[in-house]
Design a protein around this ligand. Structure first.
Ligand code: COI
Length: 391
């Protein structure tokens, strides 16, 4: 019953002609203004029943109402977005995603503002980055407008799962796109499936800002080759990190830091996020420039905010030895937001070297940058760059 109501609301909220509703099977119809207002009143951010308080959410899968799905077929193009209730997909056993890893994903967030509105942070950037991933692994590219409409649709249908203003949480939006058509010879699929799910989340690393995370320099494995797929958000990059990630965690280091595969001398990125180093003496924000690092949308936003603060922003090679010169190190990305890194350890047999940052607590620049980006996301300051897209 609830699902039918929400699909009716959605039909009114979005361009009606562009949506079909798979799970309900009922035709869409527009609601008049009074009906819309009534529907909106019954669905508010932060009203879902969860197994934990809103302020204690970590970064785990939790069921919600629905996901949105769109299919592309060669010769036909993209179909209409469908809201799907069940969190399962019936997939052809020949799907290229299963055999050849033809799959990419994105991560973005929606936030509840004090006035109760829900805003999505820079979805156009995610649409563009997903298109770049598709280019690299020869997948059909989803147009930006369709991507944003689909994201808005799934957030809207799960609005009660958007953590309330002041809770510190966000609705994490995870779009995925993969080859669903069958091929057994190595070639791109002729059918692609886009799916977007949402999950209410809090801190990625336990303790959040209060406990800087311990990092381990990964010396036995590489994340990405110089001319490989490191700059694309493809599933295989993350599969490659699962073993090093598990080994680091077992040794007590929740985050791993990769070096460049060719020379093993330059900092690339963390397993989950981009690397940023801060130097107090020169007031600089330093982040790696490398063709095998994922272009983080959070990092891009922070670079702009750091410049606004009068910092010198440097995107360049960072030699591993330079770790000694940073006063603060941050891991930055959608899921981790701005996470202070307290130390990075290098284990070479019995030879242990530890680089330390801060005094066991978040550094002043990390704090300032975190506060600035979160204030924009929370709607607490003017959004002068137009990063928030209102639902
Ligand atoms: C994100 O930050 O959105 C990501 O996709 C990283 C992932 C390891 C959670």
């Amino acid at each position: 019953m609830r699902f039918i109501q929400s699909t009716l609301l959605l039909a009114c909220w979005l361009p009606v002609s562009s949506f079909a509703f798979l799970a309900s099977g009922i035709p869409t119809r527009a609601l008049d203004a009074t009906q819309l207002q009534m529907s909106l009143q019954t669905k508010k951010p932060g009203t879902a029943k969860l197994d934990v308080p809103w302020g204690e959410l970590g970064f785990e899968f939790r069921p919600t109402n629905s996901h949105v799905r769109v299919t592309y077929k060669e010769g036909e193009g993209w179909g209409k977005p469908e809201m799907v209730k069940e969190p399962y997909i019936q997939l052809h056993i020949g799907a290229t995603a299963l055999h050849y890893g033809q799959a990419c994903f994105e991560g973005l967030k929606a936030f509840c503002h004090e006035d109760g509105t829900v805003n999505i942070f820079r979805p156009d950037e995610n649409a563009k980055r997903m298109q770049a991933s598709c280019d690299r692994i020869r997948m059909a590219k989803m147009p930006t407008d369709l991507f944003i409409d689909a994201v808005k649709a799934v957030v809207n249908d799960n609005i009660e799962y958007v953590p309330p203003y002041g809770s510190g949480g966000a609705l994490y939006i995870r779009p995925i796109l993969f080859g669903s058509g069958p091929r057994i010879g190595l070639q791109p699929a002729d059918e692609y499936t886009f799916v977007c799910l949402v999950i209410p989340v809090g801190d990625y690393y336990k303790g959040g800002l209060a406990s800087p995370v311990k990092g381990l320099l990964i010396t036995d494995f590489d994340r990405a080759a110089p001319r490989g797929v490191g700059a694309a958000k493809v599933a295989g990059n993350y599969a490659a990190d699962l073993l090093p990630n598990m080994l680091s965690k077992k040794q007590g280091f929740p985050i791993g830091l990769y070096l460049d595969a060719k020379t093993q001398t330059k900092i690339e990125e963390f397993s989950t996020s981009n690397f940023v180093g801060i130097k107090h003496a020169t007031n600089s924000y330093v982040t790696p420039k490398s063709p095998s690092v994922l272009p983080s949308i959070t990092n891009k936003a922070l670079m702009q905010l750091a410049e606004e603060e009068g910092m010198k922003v440097e995107q360049r090679d960072i030699d591993i030895e330079e770790l000694d010169e940073f006063d603060e190190v941050l891991a930055v990305g959608t899921a981790v937001v701005v996470t202070p890194v307290g130390s990075i350890t290098r284990l070479d047999g019995d030879d242990i070297k530890q680089y330390k940052f801060g005094e066991g607590e978040i550094g002043p620049v990390t704090r300032k940058l975190y506060d600035k980006v979160r204030a924009i996301q929370n709607g607490e300051v003017e959004d002068k760059y137009g990063w928030n897209v209102k639902l």
